[in-house]
Design a protein around this ligand. Structure first.
Ligand SMILES: C[S@@+](CC[C@H](N)C(=O)[O-])C[C@H]1O[C@@H](n2cnc3c(N)ncnc32)[C@H](O)[C@@H]1O
Length: 284
């Protein structure tokens, strides 16, 4: 891929695209809440960075309505094919998708808002990415970021399997060049990029012991990261036991009557001033 860092650690095979569907469904309410709080409104022209199969782009198309427009950018052709098909199925004429390096792409026309969900998580230099896109905004345009802080993911009461697997996933993301706790620092990244009026908050689910969502999401991520987990010696294929992992996590939650807290979905936003972005950003 680009010079943004190591190859994207999650890939875009059919399993990963299906995992993104499950994940997107689980975090859609939090995302909608955060995008509205960020100030994404009808009529805006919005850029969606790392759009993948297009869940956020389609949500944005609904928010901005027919008088607005959305451009989704991703490097993965397979994900973009799904995104385009879904936009067609929804009859959305105000969404288009571009295959490009989302860290460096720039449109000819400025945007009112640039949005990213789970792209900065994988960026080698998130401040530079935000700064690049903030410079492509209209005066008073907004940057709205939605990303995970997986540091808070746990079961309560804590169980050994969930604790162990959460540690493996965090280690594998870091080994693959991602920042799995970036949600905690999103507002600082926006400040360092030179944005003003920064705000944000996190949303966390508390899933009942018999809710299958948590075990399925954790196992899906473990499956996508398995090559990294085993190659880096974080855990063996036997330790992971992918074939039975989902059921073992579900059984641990049920047997201890534990609530599952998935990664916190954090939103942070800021705007460029009436004269655009200042030439020097603040410090983290
Ligand atoms: C975890 S997925 C998130 C997809 C979508 N934003 C969502 O929240 O459902 C990250 C996406 O970013 C894309 N991506 C990662 N680095 C990229 C880059 N430098 N340029 C373009 N796309 C990138 C991947 O292909 C993948 O589709």
């Amino acid at each position: 891929m680009s010079d943004a860092g190591p190859a994207y650690v999650l890939g875009s095979d059919p399993h990963e695209l299906e995992r993104l569907d499950h994940q997107a469904a689980a975090i859609a309410p939090a995302t909608r809440l955060l995008l509205r709080a960020a100030g994404v409104r009808p009529g805006m022209r919005v850029l969606d960075l790392g759009t993948g199969p297009g869940h956020v782009a389609l949500m944005l198309a609904e928010i901005v309505g027919p008088s607005g427009a959305v451009v989704g950018v991703d490097q993965a052709p397979a994900a973009l094919a799904v995104a385009r098909r879904r936009a067609d199925e929804h009859g959305l004429g105000n969404v288009r998708f571009v295959q490009a390096d989302a860290t460096a792409w720039r449109d000819d026309e400025p945007f009112d808002a640039v949005v990213e969900r789970l792209l900065l998580f994988h960026a080698a230099d998130p401040v530079a990415v935000v700064r690049h896109h903030a410079a492509g905004l209209r005066p008073d345009g907004i940057v709205a970021c939605v990303d995970f802080d997986i540091g808070g993911a746990r079961s309560f009461p804590a169980g050994p399997l969930v604790t162990r697997v959460a540690g493996w996933l965090e280690a594998a993301f870091r080994h693959g060049g991602a920042d799995p706790t970036i949600g905690a620092r999103l507002a600082l990244i926006l400040r360092a990029a030179g944005l003003q009026d920064i705000g944000g908050f996190g949303v966390v689910g508390y899933l009942a012991p018999d809710d299958p969502t948590g075990p399925r999401l954790v196992t899906g991520v473990a499956r996508s990261l398995a090559p990294v987990i085993t190659a880096a010696g974080i855990a063996s294929a036997e330790d992971l036991g992918l074939d039975t992992l989902e059921e073992r996590i579900a059984a641990e939650l049920r047997s201890t009557d534990a609530v599952f807290l998935p990664p916190t979905v954090v939103g942070a936003w800021g705007r460029v001033g009436p004269e655009g972005l200042p030439t020097a950003g603040g410090l983290i």
